[in-house]
Design a protein around this ligand. Structure first.
Ligand code: AMP
Ligand code: MG
Length: 503
């Protein structure tokens, strides 16, 4: 499908992005060539200059012409805009054709570290995959994705990045009329489990193999020489997902829509639609208005990761072994191995959160003991661990920690066990407290802060709260003067109880 317009009419004579495209070289059935639909009056809200520099882009030119370029009004030289084809399981139901309905890949660049990165406009107009959608995005979800994806990166968690955000000067029609916006996303790639499913669902074995080879070349070249490279691919994706989801749990992140089309094989967090962060600890917590069965609840995420992995495995089966039952056995071993992989990542991270560097038999119980108390005591997830770091430094600030719980006295026995366990560790209390502060953030993108930033921007055109949030979240592990309010949980009236995917 070629929906592009003649190049001469649409391509501006500017080359601020040194494109080096590879996805556009894949067979034509992998995508649809399509240009962004111009917008009336684009205005650059935010441009991520450090990221542009990391990508080797001409930051000055992009800052100057950002409104035109990041709105899709002017397609830079060397771009080969396309919408990627993919399928996916949405809340367990298979949809054979999804694809980029409102995202357009401009192309790829090789960054300063030699890593190939996608540059994509989200909300840039209709594509052949738009179905009944308008191809557009509203300002609120664009600001949310900007804030959360950059915060995730600063927290040290693999995630797609935010290069720019523009408002379009055009309305979008959702439950109400909202300002339109476009988000420029940077990703290691946008290949999803659902991309593999797209070809498998069509019986296109050659497509699956071509995609698998492309992914190995692009993301995991080290597995190329292996005896069973496709099985190694599954294993590597299993490892990345296990590690990623463990890290989500460590900071109280709830993705909200872990459909297979939102599961990147690169191991980056992708799609920040209805995502949210725990305030009070509750493993069953769900924020998304569309997740009525609680399929993607906080503590269900590891199991969903495994379910998604099984869907990837199904698409690769014929590549594992010519013997079908042998192929299934091989796949099952990898899928079964995901559980212990996840558990190891999770426990290692949780132990670091409570200041343990060595291994003892009772460590898991100690971690779980604290989590049960936090659930019982409705303790704020982020603040509790941050205050535990203070308590590790000396016994004096212990009170701030216990006050996180509805019944502070209930935590005393756990604290005694914890201190007894710490006594058998090698670190000094100073070293321990410092290490704990590097894994227990003071600041996360709290739901109510995101909401306040969106409200101010949407209702008053005031982006100062958005800017302030970005600033404080850029250094989440450092206490920052004048920003203590950003570390605080919401008051009951501020609390966000529902999030919406905003499509
Ligand atoms: P998401 O829930 O954002 O992961 O999107 C699921 C699917 O719906 C993807 O194929 C999107 O491209 C498509 N989609 C979401 N919003 C829109 C929209 N406003 N217009 C067209 N397609 C959309
Ligand atoms: Mg998606």
């Amino acid at each position: 499908m070629d929906h592009s317009q003649p190049k001469s009419e649409r391509t501006a004579a500017i080359a601020p992005i040194p494109f080096d495209n590879s996805y556009a070289r894949l067979p034509e059935r992998f995508f649809a060539r399509v240009h962004p639909t111009p917008v009336v009056e684009p205005w650059l809200i935010k441009f991520n200059r450090p990221l542009a520099e990391e990508l080797g882009l001409d930051a000055d030119a992009l800052e100057r012409d950002g409104a035109a370029i990041f709105s899709g009004n002017s397609v830079p030289e060397g771009a080969e805009p396309l919408g990627m084809a993919y399928a996916g399981h949405q809340f367990g139901q298979f949809v054979p054709l999804l694809g980029d309905g409102r995202a357009i890949l401009l192309g790829e660049v090789i960054d300063k570290n030699g890593v190939r990165r996608d540059i994509q406009l989200k909300g840039a107009g209709k594509t052949p995959y738009s179905r009944r959608g308008d191809g557009r995005a509203a300002l609120g979800p664009v600001l949310r994705e900007y804030i959360v994806s950059e915060a995730m990166h600063a927290l040290g968690i693999p995630a797609t990045r935010a290069l720019a955000a523009v408002v379009t000067g055009e309305p979008v029609y959702r439950e109400r009329v909202l300002p339109g916006a476009i988000f420029t996303r940077v990703a290691a790639s946008h290949i999803r489990v659902g991309t593999f499913q797209f070809f498998a669902a069509r019986g296109d074995a050659e497509g699956v193999r071509t995609l698998a080879d492309y992914v190995i070349d692009r993301h995991y070249p080290e597995i190329k020489g292996q005896e069973r490279p496709y099985l190694a691919l599954l294993e590597t994706v299993a490892e990345r997902q296990a590690s990623l989801i463990a890290r989500w749990l460590h900071i109280g992140f709830i993705h909200g829509v872990m459909n297979t089309d939102n599961c990147a094989v690169s191991g980056e967090t992708v799609d920040f639609g209805p995502c949210a962060f725990l305030d009070a600890y509750d493993p069953a917590k769900v924020f998304s208005s569309i997740d009525q069965g609680g399929r993607y609840a906080y503590a269900s995420q590891p199991a969903i990761g495994q379910w998604n992995l099984a869907r990837l495995a199904e698409t690769l089966l014929p590549l594992f072994d010519p013997d079908a039952s042998e192929a299934v056995n091989l796949a099952n071993d990898v899928i079964a191995g995901y559980g212990p992989r996840f558990q190891t990542h999770w426990l290692t991270g949780m132990k670091a959160k409570i200041g343990l560097t060595q291994d003892e038999d009772g460590d898991l119980d100690l971690v779980q003991g604290l989590l049960s108390l936090m659930k019982e005591g409705q303790a704020d997830f982020t603040l509790t661990f941050r205050r535990l770091a203070d308590a590790a430094e000396s016994e004096a600030p212990q009170e701030a920690f216990t006050m996180s719980f509805s019944d502070p006295a209930a935590v005393t026995p756990w604290l005694a066990d914890w201190r007894a366990r710490l006594a058998r560790e090698a670190q000094t209390s100073q070293q321990r407290a410092q290490a704990m502060r590097l894994v227990n953030p003071a600041y996360i993108p709290r739901n109510h802060r995101i909401e306040q930033a969106i409200r101010a921007a949407e209702d008053e055109g005031d982006f100062s709260l958005f800017e302030a949030l970005l600033k404080v979240l850029a250094k989440p592990y450092e206490d920052q003067q004048g920003f203590s309010a950003y570390a605080a949980p919401p008051t009951p009236s501020e609390e966000v109880v529902r999030t919406f995917c905003g499509t």
